[in-house]
Ligand binder design. Structure first.
Ligand code: AMP
Length: 221
């Protein structure tokens, strides 16, 4: 099974994907996380990707697509994946369709998360992530704080703020890129009849856990 998480930054894609992954065994593949791991380890890919990520730009397809293909073809992905952060443009979506078709697979479900913009910005500024690359649990200082300030509940590692989450200029640029390049994918997948839109917002008292539980119920049938 191939699931895609769609939605602007800060809507909760990683959180919802994490819950679905824990429950179903589908592997969560976050392109942003892979880039951040490579940046931390100062690999060639990481150094190159960081030139774009630090500015809030998209990493070029020549770097991103082969990286995704490598993961899709790896053993960990053989029982199904939840793609979180890919595709991010129509070009990437079309490339993904081709890559999957060549392997006798297809996108089965696209989960499109929506959240009011003012809530998104607040959520990104108060997002903290576990610095342990094996854990990567996401917290929110207001809605989902850790039990001990600055420390991950799950593994005890230090919580950090993503560099690209700490300044509003980069946040706004990423949201702008989402609106112009990624949002058209909603229509692309809707036409294919595989889009499921879910609102996540404190205003309607519906957060990631509930949305994930509803989706898990449907996946398991
Ligand atoms: P994310 O963790 O999904 O917010 O991704 C962090 C950053 O990684 C983005 O702002 C982009 O610079 C880069 N990135 C992640 N996924 C992609 C992608 N599919 N295509 C291009 N750049 C990406």
């Amino acid at each position: 099974m191939v699931i895609i998480m769609l939605g602007a930054q800060g809507t909760g894609k990683g959180t919802v994907a994490g819950f679905i992954s824990q429950d179903t065994g589908l592997v969560q593949l976050s392109t942003g996380d892979i880039f951040r791991k490579n940046i931390k380890e100062q690999t060639k890919l990481g150094i190159e990707a960081n030139k774009y990520i630090a500015k809030g730009d998209l990493v070029p397809d020549e770097i991103t697509v082969p990286m995704v293909v490598e993961y899709l073809d790896s053993d960990i992905a053989k029982n199904g994946v939840i793609l979180d952060g890919f595709p991010r443009s129509l070009e990437q979506a079309e490339k993904l369709d081709k890559i999957l078709a060549q392997r006798g697979k297809k996108v089965d479900l696209v989960i499109n998360l929506t959240t009011p913009r003012d809530e998104i910005i607040d959520r990104i500024l108060t997002r903290r992530v576990c610095s342990n690359q094996q854990c990567k649990t996401t917290y929110n200082l207001k809605m989902n704080p850790p039990k001990v300030e600055g420390i991950c509940d799950k593994c005890g590692s230090e919580l950090i703020q993503r560099e690209d989450d700490s300044n509003e200029e980069s946040i706004n640029k990423r949201l702008e890129i989402y609106d112009t390049q990624t949002a058209p994918l909603v229509d692309y997948y809707n036409k294919k009849g595989i889009l499921r839109t879910e609102e996540i917002s404190v205003r309607i008292n519906r957060l990631g856990r509930q949305v994930a539980d509803d989706i898990i119920k449907d996946i398991k049938g």
